[in-house]
Write a protein that binds this ligand. Structure first.
Ligand code: NDP
Length: 253
């Protein structure tokens, strides 16, 4: 029996990449998982099918984060899916994973691009936490996917990294706020992780990116999912407000 049997989880942005691996891993540990996506319904349904094929439980929820009403739509879909399957709307584990990257030189970032990055990566997680807390019983888990770029400079991603710095602040202050309820709040900071983007098919680029890690390889989504599963479990009950460096040693320099 998995360690998360009887638990429910929401993983935002779990139709692809790191979120997909987290959803599959939490389901494998026994959790009923809400697989959230923005537009890629087919990919989300495939994740649900993979989980069910593995003997797990999952359902898909659509919501465009960063758009007006997106958080409300997400929570409504989540509650509907939970109610159908459990008879209640309790959410034990929230993983704020959905995010967009920038990749724009500091001199060229437009106010619109900056606002979009903040809306999806920082504002949405804040209001998801605010809303989801009404559903979260004592002893719950909130895990925010940050980035090694909060501690490793890459000027092309300055605006993006600022949003992830905001996520780390969400972790710090909410950890204190929710301690009395036994709810832990932690950040996990991946380094470069293979999310299936075309760049990960270019051997020269992969070699360059691999060299940044102490292990001389790029991260795989499962590497991040393992850290998240640990924080979601009972063994991590004494860890809150922390930043877990899941960059494969990239921050060692
Ligand atoms: P991907 O681009 O592979 O997947 C993004 C996921 O987020 C998809 O499920 C997508 O849904 C969803 N999503 C994107 N925009 C929105 C939106 N506006 N509203 C709702 N859902 C949205 O991401 P990664 O797996 O690479 O990254 C996951 C997290 O990890 C992000 O927070 C990222 O910043 C962070 N990270 C990633 C690193 C990496 O190297 N990959 C390194 C460090 C941090 P849909 O499929 O429907 O589009």
């Amino acid at each position: 029996m998995g360690s998360l049997t009887t638990k429910t989880a929401l993983v935002t942005g779990s139709s692809r990449g790191i979120g997909r691996a987290i959803a599959i891993r939490l389901a494998r540990e026994g959790a009923l998982v809400a697989v959230h996506y923005a537009g890629n319904e087919q990919a989300a349904n495939e994740v649900v099918a993979a989980i069910e094929g593995d003997g797990g439980r999952a359902f898909a929820v659509r919501a465009e984060l960063g758009a007006p009403g997106g958080v409300h739509e997400l929570l409504l879909g989540l509650e509907l899916g939970l109610k159908e399957r459990t008879g209640g709307t309790d959410l034990n584990i929230l993983v704020n994973n959905a995010g967009v990257m920038g990749g724009v030189a500091p001199e060229e970032v437009t106010p619109e691009q900056f606002d979009r990055l903040y809306a999806v990566n920082a504002k949405a997680p804040f209001f998801i936490v605010q809303r989801a807390l009404a559903n979260m019983p004592d002893g719950g888990r909130i895990i925010n996917i940050s980035s090694g770029l909060t501690r490793f400079a890459n000027p092309q991603e300055v605006a993006y990294a600022m949003t992830k710095g905001a996520i780390d602040q969400l972790t710090l202050h909410y950890a204190k706020h929710l301690g009395p309820r036994g709810i832990t709040v932690n950040s996990v900071g991946p380094g470069i992780t293979n999310n299936g983007s075309p760049v990960f098919g270019i051997p020269e680029a992969v070699a360059q990116m691999s060299a940044l890690s102490a292990f001389n390889r790029i991260g795989e989504p499962d590497d991040i999912a393992g850290a998240v599963a640990f924080l979601a479990g009972e063994d991590a009950r004494w860890i809150t407000g922390s930043y877990v460096d899941a960059s494969g040693g990239t921050l060692l320099g």
